[in-house]
Write a protein that binds this ligand. Structure first.
Ligand SMILES: C[S@@+](CC[C@H](N)C(=O)[O-])C[C@H]1O[C@@H](n2cnc3c(N)ncnc32)[C@H](O)[C@@H]1O
Length: 252
């Protein structure tokens, strides 16, 4: 299962990710494309509540859903520590049923790319569709095929430090262009004061999409594409090197 062992390192790896800035961007998109005021938000693949926390602080009612129990545990602790009330649900984007419709559905930081098995992307999009009203907005980001193929890095090593944890992350990536898939083997090595504590391995399989392909999947799942742009650059143009693309969609 992905993001289980990896969960303990997640907030170390992304300690400098600018979630608050991303919320400013997201709220800008809510305002620009809204048909009604956004009050309820479903955060799919919420992870450790990086987006949920500032959204809850800003007064939205937020439900977070994730396939990883370990990521959700960290999210739960974070919400409790901050005195915030949000719903956390263990489930997958392909199969969840909440019997509720949300004003906005968000799915951020490559979550949709994990819908890699055959049929997963359509199942995921159709399932999201059933949790939306005619007035709702769906905002997510995905990896752009041309960029992944041209710029992916087959081997990477990075070192991180937080709260006495020293973590070395090695990743080995292979791409399979005919299937538009990426296989990433992560090895995480945890040390404290230089002493080896543990070593964890995880294999992630991600699917990347061309812009046209994603538009087609959205259309086949009952959506209309409202806008696509480079992540965090709502007025920007998608270029060959725009790795991460945001899509904004509504029920057709
Ligand atoms: C890169 S993390 C992003 C987490 C969070 N959105 C953020 O921005 O920090 C990807 C998350 O998606 C979750 N995930 C992957 N595939 C999933 C699926 N099919 N259904 C639900 N969650 C999934 C993982 O468990 C992980 O927490």
């Amino acid at each position: 299962m992905i993001f289980n062992r990896y969960a303990q390192y997640y907030d170390v790896f992304y300690q400098n990710k600018r979630y608050t800035e991303e919320i400013v961007y997201l709220e800008w998109l809510f305002r620009k494309y809204r048909k009604i005021e956004t009050r309820t938000v479903l955060d799919l693949g919420c992870g450790t509540a990086g987006h949920m926390t500032p959204l809850l602080r800003n007064g939205y009612r937020v439900t977070g859903l994730d396939a990883s129990g370990q990521m959700l545990e960290i999210a739960r602790d974070k919400l409790i520590r901050e005195g915030l009330r949000g719903d956390l649900v263990h489930g997958t984007c392909q199969d969840f049923t909440l019997n509720k419709k949300f004003d906005a559905v968000i799915c951020l930081f490559s979550v949709i790319n994990y819908a890699a098995a055959n049929g997963d992307i359509i199942r995921t999009l159709r399932n999201i569709h059933t949790h939306m009203k005619k007035t709702s907005i769906f905002i997510f980001d995905f990896w752009n095929a041309t960029t992944v193929v041209d710029y992916y890095n087959p081997k990477k090593r990075r070192n991180f430090r937080k709260n006495g944890m020293e973590v070395e992350r090695n990743s080995a990536t292979k791409i399979y262009p005919s299937q538009r898939k990426c296989e990433v083997h992560y090895t995480c090595i945890l040390r404290r004061k230089g002493r080896l504590i543990r070593r964890d391995k995880e294999r992630h399989v991600l699917r990347y999409f061309s812009i046209e392909e994603m538009a087609d999947y959205l259309c086949r799942s009952g959506f209309q594409v409202v806008n696509m742009h480079p992540f965090l650059k709502p007025e920007g143009k998608i270029r060959r090197d725009s790795w991460d693309v945001t899509a904004v969609a509504r029920r057709a």
